[in-house]
Design a protein around this ligand. Structure first.
Ligand SMILES: [Zn+2]
Length: 227
């Protein structure tokens, strides 16, 4: 029978089997999940390559493997949290064989990455599901000026004999890249056309309750004079 295991020569000239393939053959699924990750990578001859944020996420994948036992490469994004990194790498290693192949691990919750224009460059930023801002059209000169914004709800006020006028707008906002840390979190923003007010979710709920009470009093007034 022909020996298909790749081989190399010792300086003495004796034939030795390639170590990673031998190690892989004696490895069980349990070994792949319990061996310390760096040891596992060394044993199987696989290196980690960090790629730019968005390079993989735009294709909905968390990690990409190419190669074979003894000569493999796993690509992960530089910003992949350490907590997620190990499970992605182990899952990819569990499928490795001595034959060259490429496969990927799908991202469980793919980030919503959208393009943004900063100065004259195009970057990709993680955008909340509620953000409807066109970050390319509304290009900014600096990253700290990029912010997320949702569609507003508007309150119109009637005016006898005239067209209704906008009185107040409320929308979601997050100044994710701002230096003012409290404003980085998602907030409700009230805009009365002269000033803006930022509200936490808790303040927003209280404000909504106050609006309902306010509306009840307006209704009572209108009812009182209605004919
Ligand atoms: Zn956005």
């Amino acid at each position: 029978m022909q020996n298909t295991v790749p081989a190399s020569f010792k300086p003495s000239g004796a034939l030795i089997p390639e170590q990673p393939t031998e190690a892989w053959r004696s490895m069980t699924t349990g070994d792949v999940s319990t061996t310390p990750i760096n040891e596992l990578l060394n044993t199987l001859g696989v290196r980690i390559v960090e790629v730019e944020p968005g390079d993989l996420a735009t294709d909905g994948i968390a990690g990409y493997f190419s190669g074979r036992v003894g000569d493999g490469e796993i690509q992960i994004e530089r910003t992949l949290p350490q907590a997620d990194r190990e499970s992605v790498v182990r899952e990819l290693l569990a499928r490795i064989t001595p034959t060259d192949q490429q496969y990927s691990k799908k991202a469980t919750t793919p980030a919503r990455l959208r393009p943004a224009k900063v100065r004259e460059g195009r970057i990709y930023i993680e955008c909340p599901a509620w953000c409807t801002k066109d970050h390319v059209y509304d290009g900014e000169t600096a990253l700290i000026d990029v912010y997320h914004s949702g569609d507003p709800v508007d309150l119109m006020v009637p005016h006898l004999g005239e067209d209704a006028q906008p009185l107040v707008h409320v929308r979601l906002n997050a100044d994710t890249f701002a230096t003012d840390v409290p404003l980085q979190a998602p907030m409700l923003v009230v805009d009365d056309e002269t000033d803006t007010f930022h509200m936490s979710p808790e303040q927003g709920l209280k404000f909504a309750d106050d609006l309902i009470a306010f509306a009840e009093q307006v209704r009572a007034m209108a009812t009182r004079i209605a004919r």
